[in-house]
Design a protein around this ligand. Structure first.
Ligand code: BGC
Length: 375
């Protein structure tokens, strides 16, 4: 007798597949490539993507994979110590810092800068990585001091530059100060302080930065009762959910958190697929799997398990026949006329995007679907 697998079995199967996809593409150095075959991302690893991918692998129980990634970041950032010290000395002296000296957003797998032009100078990934490595160490009772050199570099960079305009999660608008970037920095710096990975003057400077970032976000990054895309804007962005969970820029039980999640859902969630922001023209402005999972993660924490499950199912329904997850899908495009130019420029949408798989693992775990799993 054959039985049809249940919806839950299919979701669990896709979690195993997500783990396998990430494992298959993890570079031998430990780096997680953003998307192995996509023209514009090939050969590069991002701290932002990687932090969330590592969180998914850590939750799945693949301690070795997450360790390898965190070791890679630790080596990569540790090797930037003298570069960062030079930057910090210029900053302390009030001298201009040449952009080429600032730490990059993405790295080659050997830890080097790339040769291609990129939208460098983004502080969020440094916060995200610190948050992820601290979570991983706590979850698996590991000694976080193993990653201290990298954590110190990331913390010093974020502490020195959190208040500067920079590119956002989507590598856009470097003239603005983005609330999700502030949230990512706060999440990382608070995690580092909370676990004792940083001490003394470094911890004190991080504490001051956290207080400043939170105060600024609450003073200038709120409109109509919700957090906004950047300071002074009234718009929302799908990444704002992260300011609630996991980064805790705002207290998850607060009205501001609830209103932010409600505004993201109202403005950007179409049938379970979450857009980045209303003006998004990248590949026509489709729905991003990782943002559906991020909203779902928040809904679980708000007690809306059915809503979260709906989002997980939407993500699952948009995997390819071979179980690979794209960056975005085109069921509902905000600016359909802008799609072709991107396909022409960079080819079809990045697939698999390892960050999509990592976020699927996170939400599957939040919903209790990984309980029996151990890599
Ligand atoms: C996204 C970034 C992401 C990068 C690599 C870009 O298109 O905007 O958020 O880090 O791709 O996945």
């Amino acid at each position: 007798m054959t039985t049809t697998p249940s919806r839950t079995d299919l979701l669990v199967g896709l979690a195993h597949r997500s783990h396998a996809v990430i494992r298959e593409h993890q570079h031998h150095t430990g780096a997680y490539p953003a998307s192995p075959a996509f023209s514009a991302y090939r050969g590069y690893a991002w701290l932002r993507d990687g932090g969330f991918i590592a969180e998914g692998m850590s939750r799945y129980g693949d301690v070795a994979s997450a360790n390898d990634f965190h070791d890679w970041v630790d080596r990569t950032l540790g090797a930037r110590r003298s570069q960062l010290d030079e930057v910090l000395a210029l900053r302390t002296a009030g001298a201009p810092v040449p952009p080429s000296l600032l730490l990059p957003t993405r790295f080659r797998f050997d830890g080097a800068d790339g040769d291609d032009e990129w939208w460098d100078f983004q502080t969020d990934g440094y916060g995200t990585w610190v948050w992820a490595v601290v979570e991983h160490a706590r979850r698996h009772a590991l000694d976080v001091s193993r990653w201290r050199a990298g954590i110190e570099v990331a913390v010093d960079f974020a502490t020195a530059f959190w208040d500067q305009p920079c590119y956002d999660w989507w590598e856009e608008h470097d003239e603005q100060r983005h609330v999700s970037t502030l949230g990512s920095v706060v999440g990382g710096l608070e995690a580092a302080q909370g676990c004792g990975a940083i001490t003394g003057e470094r911890a004190e400077a991080a504490r001051v930065a956290v207080a400043g970032a939170r105060e600024l976000a609450l003073a200038e990054g709120v409109a109509d009762g919700h957090l906004t895309k950047w300071l002074g804007s009234a718009e929302v962005d799908g990444s704002l959910s992260a300011c609630v969970v996991p980064f805790g820029l705002v207290e998850p039980s607060s009205a501001l958190a609830r209103e932010t999640l409600a505004a993201v859902a109202r403005d950007l969630d179409v049938d379970g697929g979450v857009h980045r922001f209303r003006a998004d023209v990248f590949y026509g402005g489709g729905q991003w799997l990782l943002l559906s999972a991020l909203l779902g993660w928040n809904l679980v924490r708000q007690g809306d398990v059915d809503g979260a499950r709906h989002l997980l199912e939407w993500v699952a329904d948009h995997a390819t026949d071979t179980g690979e997850m794209p960056e975005q899908v085109d069921d509902h495009l905000l600016h359909p006329g802008s799609r072709a130019e991107w396909v022409e420029r960079w080819g079809s949408v990045a697939t698999p995007l390892l960050w999509s798989h990592g976020m699927f693992l996170v939400l599957a775990d939040e919903l209790g679907l990984l309980e029996e799993t151990s890599a």
